[in-house]
Design a protein around this ligand. Structure first.
Ligand SMILES: *Cc1c(COP(=O)(O)O)cnc(C)c1O
Length: 402
């Protein structure tokens, strides 16, 4: 909740900035670590969703592992306290240097996405005198019923290997002398809201694929189901913590388990999305021919999701809350300052009467927000501001001196 205390604090900070509610982050991560223990499922935070150092350090301190998709993410996760044996490394295009660095660090596993990648890792491990643990990402051909750009598990997508390569995979793993095959990896998409149906179907497919490999002599000790749990972008205050219990519960109930098998999940968005808002101010109220515009000082370079995927984010006028009883009675197109027609926060939004200088919040901005920021139009990066610094001596002066 962005309450009156926080709004009073925001008044003192130069906009735009990302505001992180660390109490909500702690509540969310605590929920995940409790469920991990309850169900015996290992959680790896998908680092690409948010790489702010304080956030990574907190998540690592709570015992979660890290799921990385680039060499720099692997290195930074390690710097932020994730032990190498809790780091997994996925991605369709790992460079030779990224593979070599991860081998030297001794990560838990490479999640390989093609047969050729397995050859290359085997050869590099031999050259470096290392052994590589690998899991193989399988494309289970499941439609996650989410946006096409964040669907990753159908045969239309570039990720993972498909059924026609399974037998070749088995013989390849038999021939490679510097790799230890540990299991299978899946990740079918993101912002999945039909949790019951989609994840149940995923579990069924995974069980069938795992038993196919085991019946042909390949031991599948690690079963990694990836991430994808959706969050409530419409009502972030009503549902601040995603339904991890449902997700973990379905997986625990449906996945075939035998002694020695380890189950892994990789939540990204669901851990960090709700803990941040992008705070900005209304620069101008523009009365157009057919509509009225609110021009904010935050733009698509700060948070790309609306321009990139047409994603919905709730927008609130925080200053209007402090004016008595203003109804949500105006319709605005809320836009950013960047010179692109796609720089729109929301078209036709119902908001209270808004004026120049009002503080605005774009909610649920913690995942795939700050990590995708650019300096397009040579704009400054919006910095991170943490709720833990709101009071007293820990207030960092650089927030005020940008
Ligand atoms: C992006 C990604 C995730 C995290 O997905 P969310 O939808 O953010 O939970 C997990 N695993 C892999 C391999 C990914 O690429």
């Amino acid at each position: 909740m962005l309450d009156a205390n926080k709004i009073e604090f925001f008044e003192k900070v130069e906009t735009p900035f990302y505001f992180y509610d660390m109490d909500l982050l702690r509540r969310t991560v605590w929920t995940v670590s409790q469920l991990s223990a309850k169900y015996g499922i290992e959680a790896h935070y998908a680092v690409k969703a948010n790489v702010e150092r304080r956030i990574l350090e907190y998540i690592s301190s709570m015992g979660l592992g890290a799921d990385c998709v680039s060499g720099n993410e692997v290195r930074f996760a390690s710097v932020c306290g994730f032990a190498p044996e809790k780091i997994v490394f996925a991605g369709v295009g790992k460079s030779d240097r990224e593979i070599a660095d991860a081998l030297k660090l001794g990560i838990y596993s490479f999640n390989c996405e093609s047969l050729q990648e397995i050859y290359v890792i085997d050869a590099m491990a031999e050259r470096l005198g290392k052994r590589a643990r690998i899991s193989v990402r399988i494309n289970p051909d499941i439609d996650a019923h989410t946006h096409v750009y964040i669907t990753t598990g159908t045969y239309e997508n570039k990720f993972g290997i498909s059924a026609h390569e399974f037998d070749e995979l088995i013989s390849l793993v038999g021939r490679c002398r510097n790799i230890d095959f540990t299991g299978l990896h899946f990740h079918i998409g993101s912002q999945i809201t039909d949790v019951e149906n989609v994840f149940s179907l995923e579990c069924e497919r995974v069980n069938a694929i795992v038993s196919y490999f085991e019946s042909r002599g390949l031991k599948v000790d690690d079963v990694n189901l990836g991430g994808g749990l959706g969050v409530d972008y419409e009502d972030p205050d009503g549902n601040p913590v995603a339904d991890f219990d449902k997700w973990f519960g379905i997986v625990a109930e449906k996945i075939d388990r035998r002694p020695g098998r380890r189950i892994h999940l990789e939540p990204g968005r669901s851990i960090v999305a709700q803990c941040a808002s992008l705070i900005s101010r209304v620069l101008f109220v523009k009365v157009g021919e057919t509509k009225n515009f609110l021009v904010l000082d935050a733009g698509m370079n700060d948070l790309m999701r609306p321009a990139l995927y047409g994603a919905y984010h709730k927008i609130e006028n925080l200053s209007a809350r402090l004016r008595p009883n203003l109804p949500q009675s105006q319709i605005y197109d809320v836009v950013g300052p960047v010179c692109e027609s796609s720089d729109v926060w929301g078209a036709g939004r119902l908001l209270p009467l808004s004026v120049r200088g009002d503080l605005m919040a774009v909610r649920s901005a913690g995942a795939y927000g700050q990590v995708m920021a650019s300096r397009y139009n040579l704009r400054d990066f919006a910095p991170a501001v943490y709720s833990d610094d709101m009071h007293g001596a820990r207030l960092r002066t650089e927030y005020f001196e940008r």
